[in-house]
Design a binder for this molecule. Structure first.
Ligand code: IVH
Length: 668
């Protein structure tokens, strides 16, 4: 089989396995086998750039190139749906439909209303060619590169019967589990949390870095097929056809033959939706027949043939007791409404975030107000409004604090940001305790046995004012704190000792540099290689590191400019904490048998992967090169070496050696 056929074969197999895994939830091969096929394809594509294809399965990982978004006009405007809030309203709509069709009975399709962000996908000859956001309904942003990273969206269709050119619309969502994971990461990094999965999905889709999009785990449900030559004359069958081409079409989609069936569908999903892995904010009912849809037509904003039923927002009214102000590890002040306890979708709510000064001001909260708390797709309950008639006479507006509620320092506000910050980093208890808690976290220094209370007690007893103090703690010190016995104290001391082995990249994460999360910490640690270099890096140097923007660069420079932070770093270094990346074992030199040799790798190998061979060349003193020239000493060739390369090697008289011969050369 020649390489062209092999590339085709790998692409089509990988597309099929992707669909099995991400749409059908029924993988046929192991992750490992999948990765091996993907690696082989990557190698072949690299060698034959002329066969590049933007829809190749290798493009799912995204790219770090930042992208601006070009805008385009939608072929058909993206309308919205009329909303209804009760079964009666939906029934009234269904009766209007029957009337509009002069008494002809309509069949309806009931669907979930996914709470994400709308997307329009254009396919030509079975291939994804463009993905566009809803935008203002007339024009949207082209986000094709980001959408290609969503594994459940087919890049190449399967089966048969699709029109040469069509559009399919759906919703990009961030499943709850991925949303929770993302917010936990952001919390650990001191970054603002996403309020709900919808905002997170919309924000992610518009990110500049498609590799980060790929990492976040978006998903997509499709619910509307548009085009000139659709296979069927009704919506339901068209969606089943789309499912057979590889699209994720929700199993909830149901044909409904009467208003009674519509009502049953509503009653079922009103509660069953809570079990779904993705957020939904209602249901959608559509007239099934496309001919009937055309007869019913559109209003200016929405079609008459479809309607949304919105689930009752899980909302409750309760009295405000007082507003308190939390101080985070980075000094950010968050206003919190403390409420008379109220039951909201199964849990008792006593506190709800007011997010920041701007949001609090917009709500215009007064002392003793009756407030509405909601818990829509949201995880953290939020205050959505005030019941004005219930405002106590003479109540005064609640003011945002001007001084830190913990230490009394006047607050500062960074230009352009919504947050007020307490600048007293070294003397403000919740900030210090928060930084200690972060430092000992599992993904940072992994020191067990120190929670919020212990950190606060260590501070109160004058034992730990900054994370470096942890390394001078003794078991006897710990035993002065309530709740510590010899055994638990020894465990903490052991944990502190073991943390000296934690790799440098996690140490960087543990330092609480504002906005530097786990991934960014790893990247800047690897780029800097050691703490001295990191402390000396300028903002432009930091910005040259992948994933680091101007904001992170600025806060990092400011962090290391602070003499207190530099002193803390020095003390950590003296305590034996790792302050440099260790050259990984698998990068240590093995011999100089290839010293001075320039080698080109080509083809597919059996004993090691291409990357392993590249590493072996370096570890034996040789140099890797991508193209054959007079300077090339030899070509290490596997199977399917590209014919152009072979020809060039022959022309220049460069020896071509096989895998086994190479392994003998390096003595293994
Ligand atoms: S159909 C012309 N079906 O809700 C009708 N929309 O408020 C096109 N949505 O913009 C939309 N789930 O982003 C349809 N099963 C579903 C939906 C759905 C969510 C979104 C969509 C639309 C908005 C309308």
């Amino acid at each position: 089989m020649d390489y062209k056929e092999r590339i085709e074969e790998l692409r089509s197999e990988l597309h099929r396995h992707n669909h099995n895994y991400y749409v059908l939830n029924a993988p046929e091969i192991s992750d490992r086998d999948f990765d091996m096929m993907l690696k082989e394809l990557e190698a072949l594509e690299k060698e034959h750039p002329e066969l590049a294809d933007p829809n190749s399965p290798t493009r799912r990982v995204g790219s770090d190139l930042t992208q601006g978004f070009e805008q385009v006009k939608h072929i058909y405007p993206m309308l919205s749906l009329a909303n209804t809030y009760s079964i009666e309203d939906v029934d009234a709509w269904a009766r209007r439909v029957d009337q509009g069709l002069s008494g002809q009975k309509a069949v309806f399709v009931g669907e979930l209303k996914f709470d994400g962000t709308g997307i329009s996908l254009i396919y030509e000859h079975g291939k994804l060619v463009r993905a566009v956001t809803r935008g203002d309904g007339e024009r949207g942003d082209i986000v094709t590169d980001n959408v290609r990273t969503i594994r459940s969206i087919p890049l190449q269709l399967q089966g048969s019967g699709w029109p040469d050119f069509f559009e399919i619309r759906g919703e990009i969502v961030l499943p709850r589990a991925a949303f929770d994971r993302l917010n936990a990461e952001r919390e650990a990094a001191g970054e603002p949390l996403f309020a709900n999965p919808r905002n997170a999905a919309a924000g992610t889709l518009k990110m500049q870095n498609s590799a980060e999009v790929a990492r976040r785990g978006l998903d997509a449900y499709l619910y509307y097929l548009l085009g000139e030559n659709l296979p069927y004359d009704n919506h339901y069958d068209n969606m089943l056809a789309a499912r057979s081409w590889g699209f994720k079409v929700s199993d909830a989609m149901t044909l409904l033959h009467s208003i009674e069936e519509v009502d049953r569908f509503i009653n079922h999903w009103d509660t069953a939706r809570r079990e779904l892995p993705v957020a939904t904010d209602g249901l959608v009912f559509k007239v099934n027949s496309l001919l009937q849809q055309r007869n019913l037509g559109l209003t200016a904003k929405s079609p008459r043939w479809a309607v949304a039923y919105k689930f009752a927002a899980e909302r409750a009214a309760t009295r405000l007791r007082f507003v308190s102000f939390d101080v985070g590890r980075m000094g950010i002040i968050t206003p919190v409404a403390n409420l008379e306890p109220v039951l909201l979708s199964g849990t008792i709510v006593k506190r709800a975030s007011l997010h920041n000064a701007d949001i609090m001001k917009a709500l215009d909260i007064h002392e003793g107000d009756m407030l509405y708390v909601e818990k829509g797709g949201e995880i953290i309950p939020k205050i959505t409004g005030v019941e004005l008639p219930d405002r106590p006479a003479g109540a005064r507006p609640v003011e945002f604090v001007t001084h830190c509620p913990a230490c009394g320092t006047p607050l500062v506000r960074v230009e352009g940001e919504a947050a007020w910050v307490c600048p007293n980093k070294e003397g403000c208890v919740p900030q210090i305790v928060g930084r200690v808690e972060h430092f000992v976290g599992r993904k940072m220094m992994n020191i067990d046995g120190i929670g919020e209370e212990t950190a606060a007690a260590l501070f109160a007893n004058g034992l730990v004012r900054n994370v470096a103090d942890l390394y001078s703690l003794t078991a006897a010190d710990l035993m002065t704190i309530e709740g510590f016995a010899a055994k638990s104290a020894a465990r903490v001391i052991d944990g502190i000792a073991a943390s000296r082995e934690v790799p440098f990249e996690r140490v960087v994460f543990a330092l609480s540099i504002p906005y530097v999360g786990e991934t960014t910490a790893r990247k800047i640690a690897r780029a800097a290689k050691d703490i001295d270099r990191l402390m000396a890096m300028t903002a432009p140097e930091l910005e040259a590191v992948e994933d680091v923007g101007p904001r992170i660069a600025a806060t990092t420079v400011a962090f290391f400019a602070d003499p207190e932070n530099r002193a803390m770093v020095e003390r950590l270094r003296t305590a034996g904490v790792k302050m440099a990346v260790e050259e990984a074992e698998d990068a240590e030199p093995l011999s100089d048998s290839l010293a001075g040799k320039t080698i080109v790798i080509s083809g597919v190998f059996t004993h090691h992967s291409r990357d392993e061979y590249k590493q072996l060349i370096e570890r034996h003193g040789g140099k890797n090169s991508g193209s054959i020239s007079k300077k090339t000493d030899f070509v290490l060739a596997g199977e399917n070496m590209g014919p152009a390369k072979l020809e060039k090697a022959e022309k220049l008289g460069v020896p071509v050696i096989g895998e086994d011969e190479f392994l003998k050369m390096i003595g293994g």
